[in-house]
Design a protein around this ligand. Structure first.
Ligand code: SF4
Length: 365
């Protein structure tokens, strides 16, 4: 049976749904606008803080609804610039949200660009071999309100640290759906959450700064190409031939490259240059010159940017990160083929930032 919250969360409601919900309690529809202001502009953590609402209404909301359907269990800060939040759902399910601060050249870390990386499911059924999220299997989808709530928790945390008035604006620059779970396997709730993030009545966050990362679910990628909101897509490729990709990503057996690439090409054609290919470089698994040439071919066909990510060790796996010379040689082949690419420096290595590890450790303990 699909998971449902004990009481509806207001974070999962559009203005129309919220107005209708309030009417059930006998409250006028104009109150919906006020409640939305408290939720997404002032970003309060409780109904009690909504000070322009009548007391009976606050009492009714407290009995009939929830605001955040999950709570922050712990935050863990790395010596570098990554911070992780472990959140607990009503049923005790644990998920992770990560805040990454990329310092800008010549400015202090306060002025850094902030990316928030959110989870879309509890666990994951896709079992990519480099990822800890899949190790304990899939438990359930997150509701749209549980997804939206992750942003609100981070925003409040940031506001506590720096309560200057300008903090009315959203305190992060980019949103990536790269945390625990395959976002496109929870399609409706992820798209609904993105609507709330993007809407003027919601967090009013620019869709072009929102990236959905997928392991490559072909039917959902085709569907996504027709969504009205202009978010970006990142494809976890990690292998430029079926034989290599299958070793890393079991999903490739279901959706091999000859089906996946045309679906992504369709997305790319409809959306313009909104596509990134993620490629984790693993020694003697996918770092050969042949893989680099094949990757260059795919990237050129899709007009995609490539993110090369030197592998981060995951406990229990034998794979290694290629040495710098090998990384450079791979990158040189892409460069010579005219492929726009970056070699990413992993953040938060020392706080279990490979997705799912913090949760796994916590569950074990
Ligand atoms: S990388 Fe994403 S899709 Fe693959 S197992 Fe991890 S969470 Fe699931």
């Amino acid at each position: 049976m699909p998971f449902s919250l004990a009481k509806p969360s207001l974070y999962g409601m559009s203005p129309e749904q919220l107005a209708e919900f309030l009417q059930q309690g006998g409250f006028p529809t104009f109150r919906a606008k006020q409640v939305l202001e408290w939720m997404y502009r002032k970003r309060v953590a409780s109904f009690e803080e909504m000070s322009n609402l009548p007391k009976p209404m606050i009492e009714w909301l407290r009995n009939e609804a929830t605001l955040s359907p999950n709570e922050v269990l712990l935050t863990k800060k790395a010596s570098d610039i990554t911070e992780k939040l472990l959140l607990k759902g009503e049923d005790g399910a644990l998920i992770e949200t990560v805040l990454i601060r990329y310092p800008q050249m010549g400015v202090g870390s306060e002025s850094s660009r902030k990316t928030i990386c959110v989870s879309s499911q509890v666990g994951c059924a896709y079992g990519c071999k480099f990822c800890a999220s899949g190790l304990a299997g899939w438990k359930r989808n997150l509701t749209d309100s549980e997804i939206v709530s992750q942003f609100l928790h981070v925003a409040r945390l940031e506001a506590e640290r720096d309560p200057s008035p300008s903090k009315q604006s959203v305190p992060f620059d980019n949103i990536v759906f790269m945390g625990m779970g395959e976002p496109l396997a929870n399609y409706d709730n992820v798209v609904s959450a993105i609507r709330t993030l993007n809407a003027e009545w919601g967090l009013h966050f620019g869709a072009r700064r929102i990236t959905i990362s997928t392991s490559g679910l072909v039917p959902q990628i085709r569907k996504l190409a027709n969504e009205p909101i202009q978010f970006r897509l990142a494809l976890s490729l990690h292998g430029a031939s079926n034989a290599v990709r299958e070793k890393i990503m079991p999903v490739n057996k279901r959706y091999p490259l000859e089906e996946l690439i045309p679906a992504v090409a369709e997305f790319s054609k409809k959306r313009g240059r909104m596509l990134t290919l993620e490629f984790i470089l693993i020694e003697e698994v996918n770092d050969s010159y042949d893989q680099a040439r094949k990757l260059a071919h795919i990237a050129n066909e899709l007009h995609a940017h490539v993110n090369l990510i030197p592998y981060n060790r995951v406990e229990g796996l034998p794979w290694k990160r290629p040495n710098i010379k090998r990384q450079q040689a791979f990158s040189k082949i892409l460069k010579e083929a005219g492929v726009s690419h970056t070699v990413r420096k992993e953040k938060g290595h020392d706080i279990d930032a490979a997705c799912g590890q913090l949760r796994l450790r916590h569950e074990e303990s």
